[in-house]
Design a protein around this ligand. Structure first.
Ligand code: URP
Ligand code: ZN
Ligand code: ZN
Length: 464
């Protein structure tokens, strides 16, 4: 099967020109102006932007967490992602403390394999680093194609590891050529503040926010960065939200460390005033919490200063009934919010259309850098001969309104209900097949493929 996309404005992280793309089978075979080739199907992209399929490297699908499971499965989550122009996601496998990495991988494979619409990969969350886990790191990288290892400096008793384990893990991951990623907040300090607020009878969602002040994130980010520097391990901070944490990153740039930073769309657009809406604030209870307007400005600037490399979602949806588990106590509200479907359109509308970032930067942080940092480039993340034909055809002028009534995520509210957005995904191709066309899914369940990843691309880090 071949497809010719004609006359679109083709945008990558570095290019911007009008031309045609010829797709033969699963990959891009030629790019040029007025290509004269015969194709089985032709798509007229006049007036449209044509950019690489989005990559969301931070999603939690059907994740067991806080006594429940996130409500999007690998099936519903990857389908919703496609509607929003994201063709590949990276989900998190969680090791259970006292159990092996392989056991956890088997559990996640059991849920994901054969069920996804879109392509996917896994990060391995190491929650119990010991002599046995250590032996599994090389196997994960070389045999399973899982090259990034997630750590939590919070959620004590469930996911958190201590600094001793962190340094040990970093040494092993560096040796084997992988990357350590982190949820960087000071878990002990947060637990102390949660307990203090509960004892004082401060139980509304606002106190979730007040139990995780900026310093808890700034301190842990700096500590993580220093441990990375000491061990020489490449690292990645997930969902960075605030000025204090970004200052720690900025300081580290003096040392030329291999450090990469992600923020999420919600931290660029939403702020902590939402927690003042009484229990409705539970919709945005996530960790770290939403911050202040000044932090949003810092994050947009951080993107333009190349300090923030990726805009992800941390998609971790819960139905309203699940959120209500914490109606009487904020510490029982399952943490997380839905965004997998909204990221690309919101980033375009609020970032590019409102002139905060360039079109090339938009592609860089939403598509290309996640592929480079997580070892999928140039198979994914760009439009180039030989790359997978993962392509978004996007109408930059179409206005629409985000709503739970129309979204495809398996969650009964939207964190962005009523948001007016400029720019809409029109057609999405995944490995040369039309996946979405005019708001209709054309793929079958199971089309999505597990992507075995390589190490960080030399396009972003010269480590040979
Ligand atoms: O609130 C969040 N972020 N939930 C998902 C788990 C995590 O910390 O990323
Ligand atoms: Zn986290
Ligand atoms: Zn997360």
């Amino acid at each position: 099967m071949s497809i010719l996309i004609k006359n679109g404005r083709i945008v990558t992280a570095t290019d911007d020109f009008t031309g045609d793309i010829f797709i033969n089978g699963e990959t891009i075979s030629a790019i040029g102006k007025n290509l004269s080739v015969e194709a089985d199907e032709q798509i007229d992209a006049t007036g449209m932007l044509v950019f690489p399929g989005g990559i969301d490297p931070h999603v939690h699908l059907e994740m067991p967490f806080m006594g429940t499971f996130s409500s999007d499965t690998h099936e519903t989550g990857t389908r919703a992602a496609l509607f929003g122009g994201t063709t590949t996601v990276i989900d998190f496998v969680l090791q259970k403390q006292g159990h092996s990495l392989h056991e956890a991988l088997e559990e996640w494979n059991g849920r994901a394999a054969g069920t996804t619409f879109g392509d996917y990969s896994f990060h391995m969350a190491v929650t119990d680093f010991n002599e046995d886990t250590k032996k599994e790191i090389r196997q994960m990288i070389e045999e399973e194609g899982i090259t990034s290892f997630k750590t939590f400096m919070a959620y004590k008793g469930a996911l958190m590891i201590d600094d001793r384990q962190m340094v040990g893990l970093m040494e092993e991951v560096k040796k084997q050529g992988g990357m350590v990623t982190v949820h960087a907040t000071n878990g002990d300090m947060i637990d102390y503040l949660i307990q203090k607020n509960r004892e004082a009878g401060n139980l509304s969602p606002l106190y979730h926010y007040l139990s995780q002040p900026e310093v808890t994130e700034a301190e842990a980010s700096e500590r993580f960065i220093d441990m990375l520097n000491y061990t020489g391990c490449p690292g990645y901070i997930v969902h960075l939200t605030c000025e204090g944490a970004l200052n720690a990153v900025r300081n580290a740039t003096k040392r030329n460390q291999h450090l990469f930073v992600e923020t999420c769309i919600q931290y660029l657009l939403l702020d902590a005033s939402l927690y003042e809406k009484n229990f409705e604030g539970a919709k945005w209870v996530m960790s770290p919490p939403l911050r202040e307007k000044k932090d949003q400005q810092t994050l947009w600037a951080g993107i333009n200063q190349n300090l923030v490399n990726v805009v992800a979602t941390d998609h971790c949806p819960f139905m309203w009934e699940q959120k209500k588990m914490g109606e009487k106590d904020f510490s029982k509200i399952p943490n997380g919010h839905p965004a997998i479907e909204n990221r690309i359109e919101l980033l375009y509308s609020e970032g590019v259309d409102k002139r905060k970032i360039t079109l090339n930067k938009f592609v860089e942080v939403a598509c290309t850098n996640p592929a480079k940092i997580f070892g999928m480039f140039p198979q994914k993340g760009t439009i180039a001969p030989g790359s997978d034909a993962d392509i978004v055809i996007f109408d930059p002028h179409k206005k629409h309104t985000l709503s739970a009534q129309t979204h495809h995520m398996n969650v009964d509210y939207s964190g962005y209900e009523g948001w007016e957005v400029t720019g809409k995904v029109k057609t999405v191709l995944l490995r040369g097949k039309v996946a979405i066309d005019d708001n209709e899914c054309k793929l079958e369940k199971g089309f999505g493929k597990f992507i075995k990843r390589k190490r960080v691309s030399n396009a972003i880090m010269n480590f040979e």
